[in-house]
Write a protein that binds this ligand. Structure first.
Ligand code: PAF
Length: 283
């Protein structure tokens, strides 16, 4: 697997490649990412991954400085999984106006209004940061297919909108969430959990699964279900950000008419913010 650090080298290397499948990541790779590499191999002849901890998508009080950086282990995992190229740019390479501290002059993409809801409500600017870096990475890699994990359901939604609204000739594929045997969704942030918290962390998935079960049984009182799940989580010691049932095609709050649904949740266990979701058909 070739490691590339600059946009110029990436361009000249990819010039001769066709049918590129791309997996953007922030590193600290887990089995969920590796499953995306396998998916990429089914959809492209040249599999390119990127590792870039994007400062633009972190809020001032978030974990940018402490975000786990595990480059050597990540490269080994990508190579073992069959990736052909990994792009590992510096902040300056991605954001030419970065002065070592600030990204003030950086042009950004304004995501659709849904980006201000759910995770966007407590992480203002997050999806603008994601959309901007993904657009830049797409411009550099120029893939035919790009693969993202469904655990970040709202992120996938925003990226599909990016592709649709900017007419990008890229197919977006969402890979299923990979889970621990407990049901806990794999996430780089699970590494912040203590062993006790890790054993409790599947409660988030359990609460969402209970809602899916109730809706499938015909209970469409979404607000009651959401409030009761939030209450259960709070009683179990979580600081709940949101639990919300939405229509998958719009991400708007679900109505009785919607059949394709997704229940999404975000909550903090100690200081670790976890997210999860389950998409399902109501009947
Ligand atoms: O999901 C992630 O790891 C990041 O948000 C992404 C898509 C790589 C953009 O920085």
């Amino acid at each position: 697997m070739q490691r590339i650090h600059t946009a110029n080298e990436l361009r000249s290397t990819l010039n001769t490649k066709s049918n590129i499948a791309f997996i953007p990541t922030m590193g600290n790779l887990h089995d969920g990412h590796i499953a995306l590499v396998s998916l990429a191999k089914q959809h492209g002849e040249c599999v390119v991954a990127s590792i870039f901890v994007n400062p633009l998508q972190f809020g001032p009080n978030e974990d940018l400085a402490n975000y786990p950086r595990t480059l050597e282990a990540d490269c080994k995992r990508l190579a073992d999984a069959g990736a052909d190229i990994v792009f590992i740019p510096s902040v300056k390479e991605m954001y030419p106006d970065f002065d070592g501290e600030h990204l003030n002059q950086t042009m950004t993409i304004t995501p659709p209004s849904i980006a201000a809801e759910l995770c966007g409500a407590s992480r203002p600017g997050h999806f603008a940061g994601v959309a901007t870096v993904v657009m830049k990475l797409f411009n550099l890699v120029m893939p035919q297919v790009a693969i993202f994990g469904k655990k970040d359901f709202q992120q996938v939604f925003v990226i599909k909108e990016l592709v649709r609204q900017f007419n990008l000739p890229i197919q977006i594929i969402a890979g299923d969430t990979v889970r621990e045997p407990s049901g806990l969704a794999m996430s780089s942030r699970n590494g912040y959990l203590t062993p006790t918290q890790k054993s409790e962390a599947a409660q988030l998935h359990q609460c969402l699964a209970n809602i899916v079960h109730a809706v499938k049984q015909g209970n469409t009182n979404f607000t009651v279900l959401e409030n009761s799940a939030s209450q259960t989580l709070a009683q179990q010691g979580w600081l709940v950000d949101y639990v919300s049932v939405r229509a998958t095609d719009t991400l708007k709050p679900a109505t009785n008419q919607d059949k394709e649904l997704v229940v999404l949740g975000a909550a903090k266990l100690g200081s670790t913010r976890l997210i999860d979701n389950i998409d399902f058909c109501a009947k």
